[in-house]
Write a protein that binds this ligand. Structure first.
Ligand code: SF4
Length: 122
C-alpha cells in the first residue's frame, strides 16, 4: 500500500489529507472536510495536473514580457518542459489579452494564452 500526505488547495481551510492506494488500486482518503478534498487527493495520487503561469518575451512592445498561462491544466510532470519551451519563444507586439501564444504546449493539447494586453512601442 502506498500512502501520501497532501494539503488540500481547493479552499482556504487547507485540510491535511492522507491518501492511500492499495495493491488493487482502491484509494482511501482521510482528513478531508468535504468531497472536494477526496476528489483532489485522488487526482493528485493518480494524475496530478496544474495550470502553468509564467511570462514570455515580447518584441517591440511597451513591456519586455507578457504574462501568460495555460488555458487549462497540464500534467504536472510537463510543467518544467513547458517553462523551457516558453523561455525559447518571443511574441511580436501588439498582444491582446486572451490571444494564443502557443497552440499546443509540450504536446499536452493545451494552448497558452496571454493574460494581459501589451501594446506596440511607438
Ligand atoms: S477538503 Fe474541503 S474543506 Fe478541506 S481544504 Fe479541501 S475543499 Fe476545503
Amino acid at each position: 500500500m502506498e500512502t501520501r500526505v497532501f494539503t488540500c488547495i481547493r479552499c482556504p481551510m487547507g485540510c491535511e489529507l492522507t491518501a492511500s492506494i492499495s495493491e488493487h488500486g482502491v484509494i482511501t482518503v482521510k482528513g478531508n472536510a468535504c468531497i472536494r478534498g477526496e476528489q483532489y487527493a485522488k487526482k493528485e495520487l493518480i494524475n496530478p495536473l496544474r495550470v502553468l503561469t509564467t511570462t514570455v518575451r515580447v518584441i517591440g512592445g511597451i513591456q519586455a514580457l507578457v504574462p501568460v498561462r495555460t488555458r487549462g491544466e497540464i500534467p504536472k510532470e510537463k510543467i518544467m518542459d513547458g517553462i523551457r519551451q516558453l523561455k525559447q519563444i518571443q511574441v511580436k507586439a501588439p498582444i491582446q489579452i486572451g490571444e494564443v501564444v502557443v497552440e499546443n504546449l509540450v504536446d499536452s493539447g493545451v494552448a497558452v494564452i496571454a493574460t494581459k494586453t501589451v501594446r506596440k512601442r511607438e
